[in-house]
Design a protein around this ligand. Structure first.
Ligand code: MF3
Ligand code: CO
Ligand code: CO
Length: 267
């Protein structure tokens, strides 16, 4: 299927779903403390989605080609886990970093966002990885406008990341989103300026760079889902969902607790 152009009604649905994803991350934030398990975070989010938001957790039983159905309602990726970490008995301890990635479905439309959290007091190098990854996402976001290309986004993320001594994971990317969880286009977090699809207003996609402190190579765990760094270095990820507007972009996954954009991205 080609890349869809969303109507203003579609975009309003995605704005609602996106805000709900942000609000779910706001809700879980105070629980991310030493001593909680990733299963408990999953359960809290699941119950909030189903009972408070009346949303459907998109990850639960999600089974794209070749995968066993995903068994939980959120992804929790800790330390050297890059993405798709499956919640379990793991107890969070002081100094861990964790990505919580949530995708809600509201009225048939998806809202997809993730943030990094530091568990208690965290080392300066782990905090720096989380901050640089946040800025890397925003270096991509600010490129978004009609006439720009996907390569412009990927290049901005890659050059900023590598200038800071980190590496960009290549095997996973951002994606179009709408009534389906993963739509075209694929939004690579590396690339060359001017290459790839030219953006048009009404396109909706995520930008969700995965950045490793060490080398970019990955390994999949035996659970069939969890992706870790091959060299066991720390990894971080942030994700927003956005729409291309006439003049640039609108971030759809905003809520009260959404961290502010970095200085360079403030208008
Ligand atoms: N939320 C992830 C993304 O940003 C996808 C998770 S798929 C799952 O695209 F099955 F692992 F949940
Ligand atoms: Co996504
Ligand atoms: Co996501």
């Amino acid at each position: 299927m080609p890349v869809q152009i969303k109507s203003s009604q579609d975009i309003e649905h995605l704005r609602v779903a996106g805000r709900l994803a942000g609000e779910l991350l706001d809700y879980i934030t105070p629980f991310v403390q030493p001593g909680i398990t990733t299963n408990e975070l999953d359960r809290l989010c699941h119950d909030y989605m189903v009972n408070v938001q009346h949303t459907i957790p998109a990850p639960l039983n999600y089974a794209p080609g070749g995968h066993t159905p995903y068994p939980k309602s959120i992804c929790t990726s800790v330390n050297q886990q890059i993405c798709h970490g499956v919640p379990g008995d793991k107890v969070l301890k002081r100094g861990d970093i964790i990505n919580i990635d949530v995708t809600v479905i509201k009225d048939g439309w998806h809202g997809d966002s993730s943030r990094m959290f530091c568990v208690g007091e965290t080392s300066p190098h782990a905090r720096r990885l989380c901050e640089i990854t946040y800025e890397a996402m925003w270096h991509g976001i600010v490129k978004v406008r009609p006439g720009a290309t996907l390569g412009d986004i990927g290049h901005a993320i890659q050059t900023f990341t590598e200038a800071n001594g980190y590496s960009v994971v290549r095997e996973f990317c951002g994606h179009g989103i709408g009534r389906r969880f993963h739509e075209e286009p694929q939004v690579l977090h590396y690339g060359r300026p001017g290459q790839g699809l030219t953006l048009q207003s009404g396109m909706v996609f995520t930008i969700e760079p995965m950045i490793n402190a060490g080398r970019r190579e990955i390994r999949q765990l035996a659970d069939g889902w969890t992706i870790v760094t091959r060299d066991r270095s720390l990894s971080a990820q942030w994700e927003h969902m956005l729409v291309v507007t006439e003049s640039g972009y609108e971030v759809l996954t905003v809520s009260e607790g959404t961290p502010l954009p970095p200085d360079f991205a403030r208008s």
